[in-house]
Design a protein around this ligand. Structure first.
Ligand code: GLO
Ligand code: MG
Length: 344
């Protein structure tokens, strides 16, 4: 069964444990060192921010950027890994304090556009066609700061520019309702897909659904996945978990609510997610308390839980489920699922 799914994570998922209230607690590892752990942990795909691949990209010409990215592609090949996607990191530069694509400052918007084009160049060099857009600062702290209609128009303009720049790429929007902003313009799957349909080429614009972000929006991750699958737009996922409405926790998959994780695996497995090359992507963080030499367990554990849930999904007595649905005996169905999760 293992091996039917291919898993990915990003280098930022192995991190030093800093949070807004305290400094790092673990040693930083180089990208090359992190790369060595992917296969060992059972992963085949690497998710990238553009500057994970080319750290000093803002100081380089497009040619130099492509050259450095090709060196990274060779490193991937040596490890037997593939790049899953590249995401332009638009939330750290001083120019994008007030957002990139939706900034009120024309120069900031221009920077965001150029940076996104470079991210696409990096994706080409890394031999992936997928671009992820986590629209981190495309929102507001106060309503009056930006015009919401204009902001969405500007997002469409930015996406159209990327689609025109490269006929090969597909764009997966990663919705999130808040953090770092008070209100984000694209908070849910529905918003992302509506945005897709007003771009120049909806066939190339879909979503990256992150469990924690969906929970922060008060919605159910498996239903959001079903929505995207029905629209044929689930390009990738960021599986993790989240304990209610608080800061974005990025906990290990299934660690808060196993039933919710089971239902995500169930909808993905039922509709053949992965059969067209999609990765099972994780976006998980190790607890700050975790010691250096065991600070990758959140990754291997999340993968293990996913695969164990695949087994549980496939061994569920579907005939019984169908019968209880036909009888409309959802109380009995509830118990059936709980017993199944408890191994009974
Ligand atoms: C933060 C996001 C972030 C993105 C990543 C890829 O809340 O989940 O981790 O997934 O930067 O763009
Ligand atoms: Mg994410």
């Amino acid at each position: 069964m293992a091996g039917e799914y291919r898993f990915s994570f990003g280098p930022w998922n192995i991190h030093e444990g800093a949070d807004p209230f305290g400094p790092t607690v673990r040693r930083g590892l180089t990208f090359a060192r992190k790369l060595k752990s992917f296969k060992k942990l059972g992963f085949d795909g690497v998710q990238f921010h553009d500057d994970d691949a080319v750290p000093n990209m803002n100081d380089l010409s497009p040619k130099e950027i492509a050259k450095q990215a090709k060196e990274v592609r060779n490193m991937l090949k040596e490890e037997g890994l593939a790049a899953e996607f590249v995401a332009p990191r638009l939330w750290e530069d001083p120019r994008t304090i007030d957002g990139g694509y939706t900034s009120n400052d024309a120069e900031a918007r221009q920077y965001a556009k150029e940076r996104s084009r470079r991210a696409i160049d990096i994706a080409a060099a890394l031999e992936t066609k997928l671009i992820v857009l986590w629209l981190a600062r495309e929102g507001t702290y106060i309503r009056e700061a930006k015009d919401s209609k204009q902001a969405v128009d500007r997002l469409v303009t930015a996406i159209n520019d990327m689609l025109d720049y490269s006929p090969d790429i597909k764009i997966a929007i990663e919705p999130k309702p808040n953090e770092p902003m008070d209100q984000a313009y694209i908070p849910t799957t529905g918003h992302a897909l509506a945005l897709s349909y007003v771009t120049r080429n909806p066939k190339r614009v879909g979503v990256n659904i992150e469990t924690a972000h969906v929970i922060l929006a008060g919605l159910d991750p498996s239903d959001e996945m079903g929505f995207a699958l029905a629209c044929d737009k689930l390009y990738t996922v960021h599986l993790n978990d989240q304990n209610g409405l608080k800061f974005d926790e990025d906990k290990s998959f299934g660690s808060v609510n196993l039933r919710r994780a089971f239902n995500q695996v169930r909808i993905l497995d039922k509709y053949n997610y992965g059969k067209r090359g999609e990765f099972v992507g994780l976006d998980v963080k190790a607890m700050r308390t975790q010691k250096q030499d065991v600070a990758t367990k959140h990754l291997s554990n999340s993968r293990t839980i996913f695969l164990r849930l695949v087994e549980l999904v496939r061994s569920l007595n579907q005939a019984k489920v169908d019968q209880l649905i036909a009888e409309r005996d959802y109380e009995e169905l509830d118990l059936l699922i709980l017993n199944h999760l408890m191994g009974k």
